[in-house]
Design a protein around this ligand. Structure first.
Ligand code: HSE
Length: 431
């Protein structure tokens, strides 16, 4: 019996595109056998035709015209790896409307316009797969969709930005300050073109939108996710956290509670005994809690050309299998029903507070007086040794408190004559 052919159009040959291409070149023959369809790369759209590339290329495959690829009637599958919102969005919509399946690694696009894209895929009876959009080489989407299909997932805690994790790890292990660690991270090349997306938590929030929407069976709007990044973290915060037995991580959290979905990305203190506190460097990790399986940890390379390229390859094989078996797979999409997300100000948590204060008698009591006014209970204190009337750090850990009370109290304390600058406020995630 003759094999069906899956004709593929690839858009973009950057980091992920070239990684995918090299895997495709090496493995498409053996993978064709495995999936029962001949995998054929028919066209590759690039921005710059004459650019020198690491991957060797049949130049007849290349075109500058991405639109001609998504409209090419020969092509069954379009892989969008150009990133950004425009024209990626229009290209994907056109491909779906032209009856093609689509694979994308574009987390920003899915987080901001996923509802519309998945609706369009459904309308046209096409698949839109996105394994490479979250966690690079970690097969987290497939694990949730297939391996955990017998579970209700009620919580996800994740480190899903490699750049931030690398920076915080360097600050912790090598006592670098933020700027030095950022410089190193950029040199390593896993940061986004605009590293603000990495260090301000936006990239992680894009990925959390996708994960949370997938596991909670409805759309968790990106705009409803509370986001705070790591650019305000100082070396001293890392040291003080360490003295209390915590590591600081940029943590993405999604939980299903009785009063709605909780979703936030923020630098967080994790106890040294928390499994995610040991995930270092540019690694990503996703800790999933399912009602039947219990805790499950996926950990690995969350970025990079080859790992992310391998995630794209797994989607290609899935599409080929789906087409070969001609089975409908309604589970490939995210429902467009919108879920309500709890306002972060109502969440209850312990907090780490770091003030810079003048070293004078009565200062601690002034601060604890304000905390008392807001019914905030202190669990631990460190005040660093005296430096003769100079400014010294004062660190307090609280018992569980609503975020709003913390914010209000800290605002008031920041205005006291005995404090200098703005306080550092970090959430503590319980194990
Ligand atoms: N810039 C991202 C990160 C990699 O640092 O994790 C791709 O998602």
């Amino acid at each position: 019996k003759s094999m069906k052919t899956l004709k593929i159009g690839l858009l973009g040959l950057g980091q992920v595109g070239s990684g995918f291409y090299s895997i495709f070149e090496a493995k498409h023959k053996s993978l064709s056998q495995k999936c029962g369809a001949k995998l054929n790369l028919a066209q590759v759209a690039v921005h710059n035709l004459t650019k020198k590339r690491k991957v060797r290329f049949q130049s007849s495959l290349l075109t500058k015209n991405a639109l001609s690829v998504v409209k090419n009637p020969e092509i069954n599958l379009v892989i969008e790896l150009i990133g950004g919102i425009h024209p990626a969005k229009e290209l994907i919509l056109t491909a779906l409307r032209s009856g093609k399946d689509v694979i994308t690694a574009n987390k920003a696009l899915l987080a901001e316009h996923g509802q519309e894209l998945f609706r369009e895929a459904q309308k046209n009876g096409r698949h839109l797969l996105f394994e490479a959009s979250v966690g690079g080489g970690i097969p987290v989407i497939k694990t949730i969709r297939e391996g955990l299909v017998g579970n209700e997932i009620d919580s996800i805690q994740a480190i899903i930005n490699g750049t931030s994790n690398f920076i915080l790890s360097k600050m912790t292990e090598e006592h670098l300050d933020f700027a030095e660690a950022l410089r190193l991270a950029r040199k390593e090349g896993f940061a986004e073109a605009d590293p603000t997306l990495d260090i301000e938590g936006i990239d992680a929030a894009h990925k959390l939108t996708i994960l949370a929407s997938l596991v909670f069976g409805g759309w968790v709007p990106f705009q409803a996710i509370y986001v705070s990044g790591i650019s305000s973290i100082r070396s001293e915060d890392i040291e003080f956290a360490d003295e209390f037995g915590f590591k600081i991580k940029l943590l993405a959290v999604a939980k299903k509670t009785k009063s709605g979905v909780e979703a936030h990305v923020r630098p967080t203190l994790l106890s040294d005994s928390h499994v995610l506190s040991r995930v270092n460097g540019s690694n990503n990790a996703v800790l999933i809690h399912g009602d039947r399986v219990g805790d499950l940890l996926l950990c690995g390379q969350g970025a990079g050309s080859q790992p992310t390229g391998s995630a794209v390859m797994s989607d290609v094989v899935d599409i080929a299998r789906l087409r070969a078996s001609s089975s409908e797979n309604p589970d490939c999409t995210i429902s467009s029903k919108v879920l309500s997300v709890r306002n972060a100000s109502s969440l209850l948590s312990r907090y780490y507070l770091r003030f810079h204060v003048v070293d004078r008698p009565g200062v601690l009591s002034k601060i604890s007086f304000v905390l008392g006014e807001y019914r905030i209970s202190i669990s631990d204190v460190i005040q660093k040794e005296r430096r003769d009337g100079r400014i010294v750090p004062l660190i307090l850990l609280t018992h569980p408190t609503p975020e709003q009370s913390i914010q209000d109290a800290v605002k008031k304390i920041d205005r006291l004559a005995v404090t200098q600058g703005k306080a550092q406020v970090l959430r503590i995630e319980e194990s």
